[in-house]
Design a protein around this ligand. Structure first.
Ligand code: HEM
Length: 458
């Protein structure tokens, strides 16, 4: 049996340069040229076998986590998220850490954050300009950062919140030069990268201060923010996370949950303003959702799902093989990275009729399979914050649609631009608000209401 599938013969450096600029187009071309499975060679990653067939992707997601290492595939984030981050761990350590982190991201715990999400969105939308074009991506970025700071970090002291609002974007928005030092933290000792260390240390001081406050809080047991739940969480042997581990998980949640959700929301508005009929249905759904009608929530969720299908912000995920594996008729050697290609699966006409059309209706009442709709990855590494992200998308979209009237546009869709591991709208999702709507009625609470004094973590 052959070891590696075919792939471009271009030198590794050239393939890397093309991927950095034209990632979705390059892998789409490779699929057309070589078929559903092909090999790429990428600097600092190595040999990557790209998978686009759901059956092959199932082999990865349902495979033995000891053989398919995701933590190793994420190693380039070590300098930012820290060595005990759930993103970087593998094997039993990953399983145990992830288990401790599940409760705050379960449906009922997320439902307790809904009111904060809608209030934060409403406050931001109140400041949007009227009658001019503006990129909505920075607004979405501010909203999702505030949501994470208040509901995940649980910050409430005004001075600390203000400091976090400044410090976190300086760390999470570090450019390509800084990512060299994040992948090889030793570089931060050297002058050209010392600013990276200073920025991370500044953010760390604020996060450690939050952790200390939480440990000293007499009301810790009643608190519902994610950090409080993580401070309380203990494994079967009653072991709890150290301050350093908590810091690493907080930084991970900020890095994994902020830009991804903001960019997905930006894409949703970019798509809606180019589809007037869908936008009209979305506005009606927002009103229904606010009035407590589940059908409204369902349509907003369908918009979020279809946006994540047609514009997945994370285009593929990786697993480093720790042993040889047979996939798609090849005997892949250990050391190779396999990469389920989220974006290419979502664009497959055999799985989605007219895949280039933005049609939220196709998601109504549908339960897409884990290997045909996979914006959150899959298996034992599926995004821990998927429920949180879906709720946030629904709530922020609802607040936008019922507070402002958006202009539609016949302009061509914005192209996808590569930034770090994310695909964002090239111009920041430019939209225009034509008018403000009358102040909306308060939202009727839906979903599982959990008593404020009870928390499912223990
Ligand atoms: C639309 C928004 C989001 C998208 C598209 C997204 C996507 C992803 C993807 C593709 C992965 C890798 C899965 C894999 O390797 O199979 C992932 C992992 C992860 N995400 Fe998200 N994510 C989003 C929002 C969030 C949020 C809001 C949080 C938390 C606040 C979060 C926390 C995490 C964590 C902790 C992991 C690592 C899980 C592990 O390794 O076990 N994500 N996400």
């Amino acid at each position: 049996m052959q070891k590696l599938p075919p792939g471009p013969r271009l030198p590794k450096a050239l393939q890397t340069a093309i991927v950095l600029r034209h990632w979705p187009r390059f892998v789409a071309w490779a699929q057309r040229r070589y078929g559903d499975v092909f090999t790429l060679r990428i600097a600092s990653v190595g040999t990557v076998v790209y998978l686009t067939n759901p059956a092959d992707i199932k082999t990865v997601f349902a495979g033995d986590p000891a053989v398919f290492h995701a933590g190793e595939a994420n190693a380039m984030l070590a300098g930012l998220v820290g060595n005990s981050s759930v993103l970087l761990l593998d094997d039993d350590l990953h399983r145990d850490r992830r288990r401790l982190m599940m409760a705050p991201f379960a449906r009922d715990a997320v439902a307790r954050q809904s009111a904060a999400m809608s209030q934060i969105a409403a406050e931001d939308i109140a400041g949007w300009p009227v009658g001019v074009d503006f990129p909505v991506a920075p607004k979405m970025s501010a909203i999702t950062l505030e949501v994470i700071l208040r509901t995940v970090v649980g910050a409430s002291d005004p001075a600390r919140l203000a400091a976090l609002r400044t410090a976190m974007p300086r760390v999470l928005g570090l450019g390509p030069w800084a990512t060299l030092a994040i992948g090889s933290p030793g570089l931060m000792r050297h002058l050209p990268w010392r600013y990276v260390r200073r920025r991370i240390e500044q953010a760390d001081r604020l996060l450690f201060a939050e952790i200390a406050d939480r440990r000293a809080d007499k009301d810790l047991a009643a608190r519902t923010d994610v950090l409080s739940m993580l401070v309380r969480a203990a494994d079967d042997e009653h072991r709890q996370m150290t301050d350093r581990e908590l810091r690493d998980q907080l930084m991970t949640l900020l890095a994994a949950g902020h830009d991804t959700t903001a960019t997905s929301l930006s894409w949703a508005l970019e798509r809606l303003t180019r589809h007037p009929e869908v936008l009209a249905k979305a506005v009606a759904a927002a009103e229904d959702s606010a009035a407590g009608d589940p059908a409204g929530d369902e349509y907003l969720d369908a918009i979020a799902k279809e946006t994540l299908r047609i514009r997945p912000v994370v285009f593929d995920v990786g697993r480093v093989l720790k042993a040889p594996v047979d996939i798609a008729g090849y005997h892949l050697p250990a050391g190779v990275m396999v990469a389920p290609g989220i974006g290419l699966v979502h664009a497959n006409p055999a799985l989605y009729e007219n895949p280039d059309r933005f049609e939220p209706d196709r998601m109504l009442g549908a339960t897409p399979g884990p290997t045909t709709w996979l914006p959150f990855g899959g298996g034992n590494r599926r995004c821990l914050g998927a429920t949180f992200a879906m709720a946030e998308m629904r709530i922020v979209l609802r607040e936008v649609l019922r507070r402002v009237e958006l202009s539609t546009t016949a302009a061509a869709g914005e192209r996808q631009r590569v930034r770090h591991v994310i695909l964002e709208p090239k111009h920041g999702a430019v939209i225009r608000v034509c008018s403000r709507r009358a102040p909306p009625a308060p939202v009727v609470a839906t979903g599982p209401a959990a008593p404020a004094d009870r928390c499912p973590v223990e």
